[in-house]
Structures are given as C-alpha cells and as structure tokens.
Design a protein around this ligand. Structure first.
Ligand SMILES: Cc1cc2nc3c(=O)[nH]c(=O)nc-3n(C[C@H](O)[C@H](O)[C@H](O)COP(=O)(O)OP(=O)(O)OC[C@H]3O[C@@H](n4cnc5c(N)ncnc54)[C@H](O)[C@@H]3O)c2cc1C
Length: 413
C-alpha cells in the first residue's frame, strides 16, 4: 500500500485527494488540517454573502468522506508533529497549506490601531478562530487598498444592509458590529489605472446594486474620461455617472500609491502619492489592505517570496506543493482543481512504496501525544451543530473558537 499525506484541507488539498483517488486507486490518502474544520479559505475567505461560491464545499466534503481518504482535523504540522516525522510515516507528503498571512505594505504607520490586513479583517467577519475583531470605533470613512475582488468583498460587506445579508452565514454579532458603524464613505484605492484593475465583472457590478450605497470615481467629472475599453472600465464609467444620494458612497480612486498611515495613537488618514509626485491624504478611521497573501514556513520547508519554490510542484523526492502555497494568491477555486489534475499525475507516477504505516501510525503518534484528532464523522457533528444553531435569516452559525468546535464534535472513532 502507498501512503500519501496532504497538509491542508482547502480546495487545493481536497481537489488533489480527489484526483489521486482516480489516478492512484491503490493509495491511501490522509488530509491533515490544523483546524477541527475543513475547507480553508472557502470557509474563511469567500464572503459570507456569496453562498453560491461556498457551495463547492459539498464537492470537497464528498472527497473527505471517501473510504480511501482519512481526515485528520485539529492536527497542525509544526505544532503536533514535525514535517520530518510526517514524512517518515508516509511515502509522499504534499504541502497545501495556502498563504494565510497578509503581505505588508512596508510603509509608516502600518501598526496603528485601525489599520488591518484582509486576512485579519476577512478572517474576523468569517469567524476564523485566529482573528479577533479589529478596532472599529466610529468608522465614518474606510479606505480599502487594492484593486482585486478581495477589496470588493470588504467594501460590499461594509456597505450591505441587514436585509441584503439574509441567507448568508455572517454571524449575528459581526452583523451588529457592522450595522453599528456610522460609515459614510468607503474608498477603494488602486495604485494603477482603471484599465489595470483586477476586479471581475460580476463582483464589481454588484457594488452598483446595493440599497444603501451609491458609487463614484474620484476626480472624474465626465465618465468618458476614464481611459480604457475593457468591460471593467465600462462598469466604472457607469459608477462615475451615478448621481444617486444614498447613506454610503463607494468612491474608486486610481493611480494612488500608499505612502503612510497617519494618526496620533490611531488611524486618522491614509497618505498616497501620485505618479507626478504630488500627495493626497484621505481621512479614515479604518484601512484594510487587500494587496495579497503569503505562505508561512511548514517546519523545515521555508517559503521564499511568499511561496514554496518547486519544480512544477515537486520540492524534492517525496515532497510536493500545491495551491496558494505553490503559486501565491492567484486564481479562483477551479484553478486549484486544474493544478491538482496535473500534480496528481506526477504524484501518482512518482510515489514509491516504502513499507510505511501511514494514517495508522499517525493516529498512534497523536494518541501518544494526547492530541485529539477530529475525523470526518466528528467534523460532520460540528457541521450539523452549526447548521442547527443558525439564527433566523442565516444558513449557518459558525463556532468561532476551537474549543467550541471540539465540544460540538463527537469523540473521534
Ligand atoms: C478573501 C478571499 C475571498 C475569496 N473569494 C473567492 C471566491 O469568491 N471565489 C473563488 O473562486 N475564489 C475565492 N478566493 C480564492 C480561494 O479561496 C483560493 O483559491 C483557495 O482557497 C486556495 O486554496 P488552498 O487550498 O491553496 O489554500 P487554503 O484555502 O488557504 O487552504 C489551506 C488550508 O491549510 C491549512 N493549514 C495551514 N497550515 C497548516 C499546517 N501547518 N498543518 C495543517 N493544516 C494547515 C489551513 O488551515 C487551511 O485550511 C478567495 C480568497 C480570499 C482570500
């Protein structure tokens, strides 16, 4: 029997397990996840009001339920065992740990209260147990730095009304915090021009449909003055022509490079520079930088420039990498499936049987260390409890601490 361990149960890890089931039917595959709950950023990144995108968890969950697949939730490589130990138990190990940390801008004032990164902010509104509430007192103006869909998600969640969040899995306490903000303006700021923005059409256009928010493009009197001919530019021209007066304004700015976060004891403004060297300061009590994510070390495996270097997914003999840990924060969920199809061929062909013991030995090691493993049945118990405790107009109420998740799980088999 060949044994393959995948570290990380996000889309990259689950899709790889799925492909390996087809290409290496003789292999036993274990998916190891630091949290008691699977699915990575599908659960903790994809916006709570985009349940259509989150629905992919049904596909991923079917993979984890397969007999040849073992789920080892609540097991962190680096905390509960080392990568070297894991490799001694499996014929092949694949790192699919994502890119969980915010890239920093590296400018003055980045640690001021009121300045946060997308990983923390999105993690908070998605109930990730590692991310506490950011300081949100009296936010009238928010600056969202970045021109991708994560920036759009953050702006939309700040702007949506209570009714527009019906059917989401946004926690009631998070909703209350957001609803209590006296927010009037949300600035979305990009370093480059409108034609270079990385938004996708559907996500960007949705911002123009919100009940409480109108849209503007800063410094644009005539919408035709926005340069470019892409569908995104067309949507932005429509935003620039918006004359509605609503409680919140979403204002797009282009060609502004962040220079400093400014404030005495907490954020008061964000300073930007233009290509001609002139400066602009936007007053703000909250700034969320949505400029990308980077991987963190996995024991002896160290990322460089935010990703684990590899030769087409192979780090060295018996050690591979996939997903955001391999290519950084790019692409959508299906990108991970395409990559998994290619990597699985390689892993299936190159994995050699060494007479190791795989999951059986891992379970014994964890038991010896007093570490509680959450298996698939235990995860399903957590899942059922979250669905059962959903508030009115919510599809789920996620536990926001590991202890609460463990309490809801049935004892591991
Ligand atoms: C805010 C946001 C919104 C997004 N929205 C969309 C969207 O609407 N549609 C879309 O298609 N894509 C979206 N994406 C992109 C999508 O989420 C990613 O493409 C995808 O999640 C990357 O998959 P991954 O498996 O590489 O990483 P992740 O999803 O991050 O999974 C990594 C997993 O590894 C686990 N892990 C990490 N370290 C360890 C360790 N040492 N031991 C054990 N386990 C570990 C983590 O807990 C996590 O579960 C979004 C991303 C973000 C950040």
């Amino acid at each position: 029997m060949r044994y393959i361990a995948i570290i990380g149960s996000g889309p990259a890890g689950c899709y790889l397990a799925d492909q390996l089931l087809r290409l290496a039917p003789d292999a036993r595959i274990d998916v190891i996840e630091r949290l008691p709950v699977p699915f990575g950023l599908v659960r903790y990144g994809v916006a709570p009001d985009h349940q259509g995108s989150k629905a992919v968890v049904r596909v991923l969950d079917r993979v984890l339920a397969r007999e040849q697949v073992g789920f080892f939730g609540n097991v962190e490589v680096g905390r509960d065992l080392t990568l070297a130990e894991l490799r001694s138990l499996y014929d092949t190990v694949v790192i699919a740990t994502g890119a969980p940390q915010d890239r920093r801008l590296g400018i003055a004032g980045e640690d001021l209260p009121g300045v946060t990164g997308a990983a923390s902010f999105v993690g908070w509104y998605n109930n990730h147990p590692d991310h506490a509430e950011p300081p949100l007192q009296q936010v009238r103006s928010a600056v969202v730095i970045g021109n991708g869909n994560v920036a759009v998600d953050v702006a939309r969640l700040l702007a949506k009304s209570h009714a527009e969040l019906a059917g989401s899995d946004l926690a009631p306490d998070v909703q209350q915090r957001l609803a209590a903000l006296p927010i009037e303006t949300i600035h979305i700021v990009g370093r480059r021009g409108a034609a270079d923005a990385k938004f996708t059409q559907k996500e960007l256009a949705e911002l123009g449909t919100l009940s409480r928010a109108s849209t503007r493009v800063a410094g644009v009197g005539d919408p035709a003055a926005i340069v470019g001919d892409s569908p995104i530019v067309e949507i932005l021209r429509g935003f620039a022509a918006d004359t509605r007066e609503l409680p919140i304004r979403i204002v797009f700015h282009f060609g502004l490079a962040p220079k400093a976060f400014v404030g005495e004891g907490r954020l008061q403004a964000v300073r930007f520079t233009r290509a001609d060297g002139s400066e602009e300061e936007i007053p703000a009590e909250l700034a969320v930088s949505c400029i990308g994510y980077r991987s963190v070390p996995c024991c002896s495996a160290e990322p460089a420039d935010g990703v684990f270097a590899s030769d087409n997914g192979r780090i060295e003999e018996g050690l591979y990498v996939t997903g955001w840990a391999r290519r950084g924060p790019s692409g959508t969920i299906p990108t991970n499936r395409t990559e998994a199809q290619q990597l699985a061929q390689r892993v299936a062909a190159e994995t050699v049987e060494h007479g190791r013991k795989g999951g059986q030995a891992l379970a014994a090691l964890l038991a010896e260390r007093g570490r509680r493993r959450i298996d698939h049945a235990a995860w399903r118990a957590i899942d059922a409890a979250e669905l059962a405790q959903a508030a009115a107009e919510r599809c789920r109420h996620k536990f926001d601490t590991v202890d609460a998740m463990l309490a809801a799980a049935t004892p591991a088999a």
